[in-house]
Design a protein around this ligand. Structure first.
Ligand code: SAM
Ligand code: SF4
Length: 337
């Protein structure tokens, strides 16, 4: 049965907020060098919203007109019993009040969960994979194993999930692999998206040493591929081109070289119930307190509306030799990528 569509939430800049990204844990089984420091202090488990609370929060956003939910982290698939949340949220897909339920994952647990994700109505997933070289994979993720991720991708495709690869462009690390990785991914029916390193949270080393502008990547890809502009949109910030030689798509997420805030349609919820209206700003609204204050959702709905009314115009990311501080102190794993 399809219920009537709720009116979308509109922010002060006239943007409809239809997309919620939810970080269900700040923990991870990897320690990617650009994302985390090796010795992370994670939140005490008692601070985390329960899966029931996460469901209630997500469902409140769906009632407020959110059409797309992305479950992320940290590594979302390492959270205990995470499939309970997917199973619960799938009811909104069945009711027609949600268009898409999806996940961003490092792939390490996909072999275990791919079939169940598909059964919950998940159709497309993002898998982060920065290199196809097992040793380099170990270096960049510190704790990850490439073969496990590749087995996860196999399982996801076998379960009928459409996989998109997220590749963080890292200077002097994976530049030489972009062309073979595109051939590999497109050959298997997977699109790829390149991401610029964002200055989020303290990590070992300097961001400027990791940062590779995608304007440069795109220019160098044009030596090999004919890139046709594409109108393809996934509701995210990536701009896509189609490689004529493979027929596959290549996306570019360019928070630094090209700010995409004017079309921002999303807000981000942390695993403790804090709502960030922008990935690159500190301003946030606590939803845990109104959530826990009453069994009715009235206070929660009012807090959501207050938050949307405060959504800022955009972020101010800068990476250069003179800017040593991260733009915001929290890591990507907290707000959810
Ligand atoms: N653990 C999951 C994963 O790796 O896909 C989900 C969370 S992760 C924070 C989401 C995405 O953010 C990944 O594609 C990751 O590569 C990217 N990411 C993490 N830190 C980043 C940073 N500082 N700049 C740009 N992308 C980053
Ligand atoms: Fe974990 Fe994803 Fe961050 Fe890597 S990018 S450390 S997999 S949360």
């Amino acid at each position: 049965m399809n219920l009537p569509r709720p009116e979308p939430m509109i922010d002060p800049f006239g943007r409809a907020v239809s997309y919620l990204r939810v970080s269900v844990t700040d923990r991870c089984d990897f320690r990617c060098a650009y994302c985390m420091s090796e010795n992370m202090t994670f939140l005490p488990k008692a601070d985390l919203l329960t899966l029931e609370e996460l469901d209630r929060l997500c469902s409140a956003f769906v009632r407020r007109g959110v059409r797309k939910l992305r479950i992320t982290g940290g590594e979302p698939l390492v959270r205990r019993d995470i499939m309970t949340l997917f199973r619960g949220l799938s009811r909104h897909l069945e009711a027609g009040t949600l268009d898409e339920l999806t996940v961003t994952t490092n792939g390490s647990q996909l072999a275990k969960y791919a079939t169940e994700l598909a059964a919950c109505g998940v159709k497309r997933i993002n898998v982060s994979l920065d290199t196809l070289d097992a040793e380099k994979f170990r270096t960049i993720t510190r704790w990850g194993a490439l073969d496990k991720v590749l087995a996860g991708i196999d399982a996801a495709q076998a379960a009928g999930l459409k996989v998109k690869l997220n590749i963080v462009a890292l200077k002097d690390f994976n530049e030489d692999e972009f062309i073979p990785m595109i051939h590999w991914a497109h050959g298997r029916g997977m699109d790829v998206t390149f991401i610029e390193v964002m200055p989020l949270g303290e990590v070992e080393g300097q961001r400027v040493d990791q940062y590779l502008p995608l304007t440069r990547v795109r220019a160098s890809l044009m030596d090999t591929f004919t890139l046709d502009e594409s109108t393809y949109q996934t509701g995210g910030p990536a701009r896509y081109v189609t490689a004529r030689e493979t027929g596959g798509k290549i996306g570019f997420i360019t928070p630094l070289t090209h700010n995409f805030c004017e079309s921002c349609n999303r807000v981000r919820l942390t695993c403790t119930g804090t709502l960030f209206m922008c990935l690159g700003q500190e301003d946030a609204v606590d939803l845990r307190k109104p959530l826990r204050s009453s069994e009715s959702d009235e206070a929660l709905m009012a807090a959501i509306d207050r938050a949307i009314a405060k959504k800022p115009k955009g972020h101010d990311f800068v990476i250069d030799r003179t800017t040593r501080q991260p733009a915001v102190s929290r890591h990507m794993s907290m707000t959810g990528g």
